[in-house]
Ligand binder design. Sequence first.
Ligand SMILES: [Zn+2]
Length: 434
Amino acid sequence: MDGAPAPLRCFSERHAAEVFADDGVETVTSAEQKKVEHNIEEVISVYKQIHSLPQPTLLREQHYQYLKKGLRHLSDSYECLDASRPWLCYWILHSLELLEEPIPAAVASDVCQFLARCQSPTGGFAGGPGQHAHLAPTYAAVNALCIIGTEEAYNVIDREKLLDFLWSVKQPDGSFVMHVGGEVDVRSAYCAASVASLTNILTPKLFEDTPSWILRCQNWEGGLGGVPGLEAHGGYTFCGTAALVILGKEHMLDLKALLRWVVSRQMRFEGGFQGRCNKLVDGCYSFWQAGLLPLLHRAFFKEGESQLSRQRWMFEQQALQEYILLCCQNPAGGLLDKPGKSRDFYHTCYCLSGLSIAQHFGNVDLHHELILGKEENRLAPTHPVYNICPEKVAQALQHFHQLPVPEADQRHGASSADGPSAPAASSGSAEHQS
Ligand SMILES: [Zn+2]
């Protein structure tokens, strides 16, 4: 971007007209909404007073220091995440790769050894050493290891046992429970499809009936709920849609209803996304919601939709960048939900991931950047299906596709005719989102 910086949307006169109107009926949620808008208005007005030339800055160095420290030491406030330790590895490593900060070899090796201790003897990864295997930390651990991307990292994953674990949580109706004896929701289908496709253990038999179960989660709102019949929700909608993309069945969704639902979740005043209808803006939905737009763009492209832009996703990319850069950064590093909330590694990861989606349109063949502020704000692109950098996805697929698909399927009644499959995401489709 050369010449004068582009004017900020939140500096324009029209912006004030976007505030919430309660039509004279005050409710608990309308009062909360007004409070959030008021806080954001204050943040913007302070920014205006200090900066005559609006150039929102990504606090790279501060975020880097915050992340680097988190890899080695966590404060007491993270005690509650003792069963989510592979998640902390993933959130931090992915944030660092988005910032294009290399991970020192010694740290990478320590993370590999730690994740190896989280791997359950029955397959899959647990939230911490000695705990039970669970699909969520399994997803986080596999993603973290693929980000590291060394032989040592790939070798941590026991693929045969991982496949056994996936079979142990598969349900007859096509859904998955999060852990043996645990709850069913659409996150599990995504976690299972993601790790299975990345490590080349995905077979049609393992995901038999899974697409039709996920499709039942899409409701009249257009988005997906956690299980059939529940309210549409950003996190579940992303998980269900991304799982269908991996399984090559996203065209079976009502894509237009989904598009309408997700674009309506971008807040008119704040610029960020809410997770559900009538909820407040939250920085982490910058990824869970905005990350749906690349998936939808590609799905519409595959359908032969001729009206698609070749430069922009179908959401306000600049408004989202303004929200993240002005409202979600802690001056001491780390990102957050909304002004007044504290920073954490989860929000740091998903705010940065959303910022990356908002900055980069397209894929390897067709790429268009829209970087708000200085060029230094530019993050690395992220893969919208796996949410790790695209080259790390390609590298993992290349590595694991040299290895045979383990035989566990036969023990679970699949005929050999099913054979090893090429998952949709590995045939390059996920790299071609537009
Ligand atoms: Zn959040």
